[in-house]
Design a binder for this molecule. Structure first.
Ligand code: ADP
Ligand code: ASP
Ligand code: MG
Length: 402
């Protein structure tokens, strides 16, 4: 069997954890499997690198940030190779260049285009454990890129797809995917299985247990993912196309505190305004989320939407610069907001889910600032300091106790 095993930062944070991972990989190798290990940077060292960059230059170029951040994963793979080697098993560490993991050129938020299989295959054929850096790639300028925070999951899935692996396991510091973040909601429980579509919504809406693009890729290439703990042997959660277990109305509740709201006030009520606004933002690769347009009055209208906090400054500068062209009287930004969502394929066939959600929020006095829906989720924007309370109330309301 060809296995891809990805271990997150907490799973390799120190010597003891590195050897724990090394032993788990060696176990599979000795059982006869081909093993590819994908690693994140140790502990929260990526945050540490970002902090260092900020100290030197708060407006550092994205290219240079990627050059810096890519070092974190390189530390992990080199140390892991040394650990596995000390256990007497042949292995080799490889970075994005050596594998040749090609991405788009968007620094800080690159997407995989192609992964060359030759080098990894060659090393596996020589019966080596292959240890690959997560999170990084190379672009057409031969520069290093990174895939966005949490992107090592995506590296694992992309490699599993490119090499047609039999198994792709994502090892982390919780036992699997829960009905809510177990650190925020103690009554959350582990799901045995979840569909790609539901997991994609949850990952996009704040459940950082999986990078959302890893789920997108897994769905596209039909890679079954298993999310499990690196610290025990519990079963974990399988992410796949269809699940057998009886469908719950709601599979999960998520919150995302990295949201910010932008409002353009007093826009001309004429065709083409929305196009101009969002075209401007998309050209700069700024993703927008919940979009609300007010009903026109006195020939003007307002448009508000959310962006990730990390894009707020750039988005505001861009909109201010183009204020006149966009016909906006004012551009306003609001931080301190959070997205809270319920996700579940079951809501497609059940009326009253939205009403139930709003009732639960009303019950704990949480005010709703914006609402957005898809066929399998409902998202509301609330004040950030109310987000945890909102998650708990929604979990109580929708997730039956075991
Ligand atoms: P890693 O470093 O292994 O990639 P992450 O910190 O990126 O780990 O993701 C694991 C974390 O995701 C958990 O510690 C947990 O707090 C958080 N999390 C958020 N939502 C969920 C959820 N629904 N199920 C499980 N974990 C979740
Ligand atoms: N080290 C990167 C990060 O902290 C990638 C990852 O952990 O998946 O975001
Ligand atoms: Mg992660």
């Amino acid at each position: 069997m060809l296995k891809v095993k990805k271990f997150g930062g907490s799973s390799v944070r120190d010597k003891e954890r590195i050897f724990n991972v090394a032993r788990r990989c060696v176990e599979d190798y000795r059982a006869g499997d081909d093993v590819i290990v994908v690693l994140s940077a140790m502990g929260d060292s990526t945050d540490g690198l970002l902090e260092k960059a900020r100290e030197i230059n708060p407006d550092a170029k994205k290219r240079e940030l990627d050059m810096l951040l890519a070092t974190g994963e390189q530390v992990s793979v080199a140390l892991m190779a040394m650990a596995i080697d000390s256990l007497g098993v042949p292995c080799i560490s490889l970075n994005a260049f050596q594998v040749a993991m090609h991405t788009t050129s968007t620094y800080q938020n690159a997407r995989f285009k192609r992964i060359d299989a030759e080098r990894i295959t060659h090393e596996l054929d020589n019966r080596k454990i292959v240890i690959v850096t997560g999170f990084q790639g190379i672009n057409k300028y031969d520069d290093l890129t990174t895939l966005g925070r949490g992107g090592s999951d995506t590296t694992a899935v992309a490699i599993a797809a490119a090499l047609h692996a039999d198994e792709c396991e994502i090892f982390t510091d919780v036992d699997g995917v829960y009905t809510a973040d177990p650190r925020v909601c103690p009554s959350a429980r582990k799901l045995k299985e979840i569909t790609y579509d539901e997991m994609l919504e949850m990952a996009t809406l704040g459940a950082k247990v999986l990078h959302n693009r890893s789920v997108e890729l897994a769905k596209k290439y039909g890679v079954d993912l298993v999310v499990r703990s690196s610290l025990n042997r519990n079963e974990g959660t399988v992410v796949k196309e269809e699940v057998k277990v009886e469908r719950m109305l709601i599979s999960g509740v998520t919150s995302d505190k990295s949201a910010a709201r932008i409002a353009l006030i007093g826009l001309k009520n004429e065709p083409g305004i929305a196009f101009k606004i969002f075209n401007l933002l998309s050209k700069k690769n700024i993703n927008v989320d919940i979009i609300v347009q007010s009903i026109g009055r006195d020939d003007t209208k307002d448009i508000s939407f959310t962006v990730n906090q990390s894009n707020l400054k750039e988005a505001m500068e861009l909109l201010e610069e183009n204020k006149t062209k966009l016909t906006a009287q004012r551009v306003e930004a609001q931080e301190g907001v959070a997205k809270v969502s319920i996700v579940g394929a079951g809501m497609q066939t059940n009326a009253g889910v939205a009403a139930g959600m709003f009732e639960a929020l009303y019950g704990v006095g949480v005010n709703i600032r914006m609402i957005s829906t898809s066929d399998i989720r409902i998202t509301v924007l609330v004040d950030e300091d109310k987000a945890d309370k909102a998650v708990a109330a929604l979990h109580d309301k929708f997730i039956p106790e075991e």
